[in-house]
Write a protein that binds this ligand. Sequence first.
Ligand code: NAD
Length: 541
Amino acid sequence: MTEITKNNSLEKVQEHLKAECFNKLFIGGHFVDPIDGQKMPTYYPATGEVFHELPKGNANDIGSAIDAAEAAWLDGAWANMPAAERGDLISRMAQGVEENIEALAAIEAADVGKPFRQAAMVLSGAASEGKYWGSLGAVLDAGQDTPVNSGGGMGGLPPAEWDVVYRRDPIGIVGLISAWNYPINVAFRKVAPALVAGNCAILKPSEIAGLSCMFLAKLAQDVGIPEGVFSVVTGDRETGAALVASPSVSMVSFTGSSLTGTKIMEASAPKLSQVALELGGKSAMVIFEDTDIERAVEATIKGCLTNGGQICTAHTRLIVQEGIKDHLLKELKNVLEKIPYCTDPITERERGDRAWEGGITDVLQPIVSASQHKKIVDFLNETKAAGIKIYTGGRVPDPADVKNSDGYFIQPTILTDVPRDSDAWQKEIFGPVLSVRSFSSEAEAITEANSTAFGLASTVMSSDPAKAMRVANRIRAGAVFATSTGEGLLAEHPAVSRGGFGCSGVGRELGINGLHEYTELKSVNYSGFSIEEAKKISNHG
Ligand code: NAD
């Protein structure tokens, strides 16, 4: 194999994309063309070039996937298989991700514009997470038929008249709709628990960057997931809407913007079907003046610029104590003005450790698409027009800084003294833009942190653990971090459940709670015979 270089990087990715799974829908266990034969282009964000066309499924293709899922659901073999066995298949899919990281990372680098080494690192996380989901199959089995302590004196209640056990049943046919920023991670985080729990699932990846998700179809076929249990239908928002609207879909698990989340909730309301929504954020980075300044700079940059600021938990609101505000801003500006742009993400492999000398945010990647780029440019123009101060950045870089590329680059930007009621403070920008406000007291810090409708994640930095904990405990977000160093910032662990408060979401993902989202809790009540007798005759004994 010839070495990948800046001159041949896209061609090398295109070689991988010749495989069937990147060119067909996967329905009923088979790779098929879309009924209408439509395709959609995908672009390299670093140059704006079209580098692949993928199949565009529509409502009819969704209909075929639903027919296949209904047949598999009615057959019952999948739902009645011990969860541990389903988990083994998922673990093997995860193994498949691990074995193909080199190709998948190159594909994600081309599709999303993220540096190859970062793509490889998070894909390795997706593989470990998949194995974790696989292992939860046995946990689900072990938790079935757990006796319920039904009263017997608690709160003055008499004992229940039944012997009761709890079971967790699969929900049925679930629609999985994913975002583009971490394609396989976001998608597999839905596919794996949905299937381990015994559901039949249809995945609709993002049309902006969903190529790597199509590989999950190949892995499902390779490991022998039964026909119809899992389908992948690529397409646009209308394809997603058709999936949500289907009366056969009993649950939608969605990761994307809060705006689309409301549409999905609305479309699910008439049929009272379930939703799990992982939505946007505007996370706070609260920094007290007793924090080491170098650590504060590194954490702020990592929190705000990872994946070019295109991460749901991006800490895009800096809330800094007055005493260090000017010093911190000056240091941040120095670093941001030095960060080079990543003009060929596919070949961006070698870096060191620190945020601006070689860490995860040592280069700034392009924005994922022309339309997302335009949104950010428009936002920055409106911000200037509204009189908000741009401390650094604030526009498209000079051509010389991005090697005259036509890619979708934006300067890393800091906005200062941002009014609390402005879009710059309230809205998710999904780009490298940091909005700053300051505080003097602990109470003010909490008020500032809680001053948006979002509540996904937030961090408090202080060298005083009691203060950091006190403030973190008062912040309304699904995940809060109290730290003196910023170490581990943005890292997730598969066993730790998280989700959003307020406009950041509904439900929890990851951990056992994340698996339970894909189940219905059922109480099974016995009388006239013992639980042991009942178990002997039930299928689930
Ligand atoms: P998006 O809402 O535009 O699209 C997400 C997905 O929804 C795509 O697959 C799209 O085709 C589909 N879609 C759009 N309209 C639809 C409709 N009416 N019915 C059904 N499906 C529809 O979001 P995006 O731009 O792809 O992703 C960025 C957003 O995702 C950001 O807001 C980010 O914060 C969020 N996100 C959240 C998490 C989390 O865990 N909370 C993780 C990653 C991304």
